[in-house]
Design a protein around this ligand. Structure first.
Ligand SMILES: Cc1ncc(COP(=O)(O)O)c(C=O)c1O
Ligand SMILES: [Zn+2]
Length: 399
């Protein structure tokens, strides 16, 4: 075994605080029907943590450079396609247009062209370490493609359940990676029910968003990177397109860990959760002052990744927004397309509609005065426009 130096200690329920072993397979909290999300916890000595993080320069530019803060113990179990360490780009022309200091982390440059690569690299690696060889996933699109890719890379088996109207790119990549694919006449929660049913029957390990503890650790690395790439000075605001919420939850978890280590030279950013008007369960719950969201009926949006009508981690998204003094906002599909246009046109970044949504949300928050002109704003473009050619080209034809 080649030890990664992982400081993983145990799993902890984010709701009731119950503790579980990190050396065997766990999914959601099994204490007293709690059923909520488990987080990996690490035993990090702050001076050791600081020393590791201050001396990363000779490590490879991918998310496993933070291996001590990741769950995998043996290097040989890491299944990687080089995910992470995506660039943070200054957006001079967009900043001028919107009237704030805008930077953008481009997650469309990951393997499989979306940030989903991070979570699935982490989940597949850790599950492999715990002896899993057959996986299942319900997916709005990108996560399914990513699971298929990482399973192909590791020689493992994948079953992917996607709404039948998921983007063509996601269905095609999944098939080419040799996964079993089933198209569902419904939404991601219907795909979730089918994935669970087949998992029980065929003994598959279901890696649904936040229903196993390790996808979020991959997403967490976005937060580590933002901090490292900005020399441990975080931006004033982070704007994030939210579906199941692993991204925003993971980034917030990273900032808590880094804060505890004491390496940050700034306050924490305000976390801004963006959803589509056609599917806004978490934004609605936040605006109504609730910690949990209700099932959003008949969800519809061009941003497939944001078409998530119910999220098991709803309370964690809302907590992150509240603890950070952030906010939650929804935008229309037309506004998202305008955002894709603006980012493509002004900065040469052909982003996913999810990326377009955050441009449009930022514009709204600047005009409402929530974001002031001197503040820095980091946009997280979670995916590439190339994965949405069907949806985006239909927009050109329609106009
Ligand atoms: C491109 C893209 N952006 C954002 C999301 C939302 O992801 P989450 O809220 O789980 O981080 C997804 C999920 O499928 C996605 O594919
Ligand atoms: Zn619990």
């Amino acid at each position: 075994m080649t030890d990664t130096g992982s400081m993983l200690s145990h799993l902890e329920c984010t709701y009731c605080g119950e503790v579980f072993s990190a050396n065997k397979i766990n999914k959601l909290c099994s204490s007293n029907d709690c059923g909520k999300v488990l987080f990996p916890r690490y035993e990090i000595d702050s001076s050791k943590g600081k020393k590791i993080l201050s001396d990363l320069s000779d490590r490879k530019p991918n998310m496993w450079r933070y291996k001590e803060f990741m769950p995998v113990r043996d290097e040989k179990n890491i299944v990687t396609l080089g995910e992470g360490f995506t660039p943070i780009l200054e957006c001079e022309r967009l900043s001028y247009e919107l009237g704030a200091n805008i930077i953008l982390k481009d997650e469309g440059l990951n393997p499989t062209s979306s940030f989903k690569a991070r979570g699935l690299s982490s989940a597949v690696s850790k599950a492999k370490e715990l002896g899993v060889s057959k996986f299942s996933i319900p997916s709005a699109g990108n996560a399914g493609g990513a699971l298929a890719a990482y399973c192909a890379r590791a020689g493992l088996e994948a079953y992917v359940f996607m709404p039948k109207d998921a983007p063509l790119a996601n269905k095609t990549e999944t098939i080419f990676h040799g996964a079993n694919i089933e198209l569902i006449d419904g939404y991601i929660n219907d795909a979730g029910a089918r994935s669970l049913e087949l998992s029980k029957k065929k003994n598959l390990f279901d890696v649904s968003t936040l229903k196993e503890p390790y996808r979020v650790e991959g997403k967490k690395t976005m937060g580590y990177e933002i901090a490292e790439q900005l020399n441990w000075v975080l931006p004033d605001n982070i704007v994030y397109p939210t579906g199941g919420g692993t991204g925003i939850i993971g980034i917030w978890k990273a900032f808590q860990e880094l804060n505890e280590i004491g390496i940050l030279n700034s306050d924490l950013p305000r976390m801004i959760c963006v959803q589509a008007e056609g599917c806004s369960p978490v934004v609605d719950a936040y605006l109504d002052g609730n910690r949990h969201a209700e099932l959003f009926k008949s969800p519809q949006t061009i941003a497939a990744g944001m078409r998530v009508p119910i999220a098991v981690g709803d309370y964690l998204i809302i907590d992150a927004v509240k603890e950070s003094n952030g906010t939650a906002i929804k935008v229309s599909d037309n506004n998202m397309i305008d955002g894709v246009n603006q980012l493509s046109n002004l900065e040469g970044i052909f982003c996913a509609p999810e990326g377009g949504s955050i441009v449009s949300a930022t514009k709204k928050l600047i005009s409402s005065g929530f974001i002031k002109s001197k503040e820095s704003v980091l946009l997280l473009n979670t995916g590439s426009g190339f994965k949405y050619l069907d949806g985006l080209s239909a927009q050109i034809e329609a106009n």
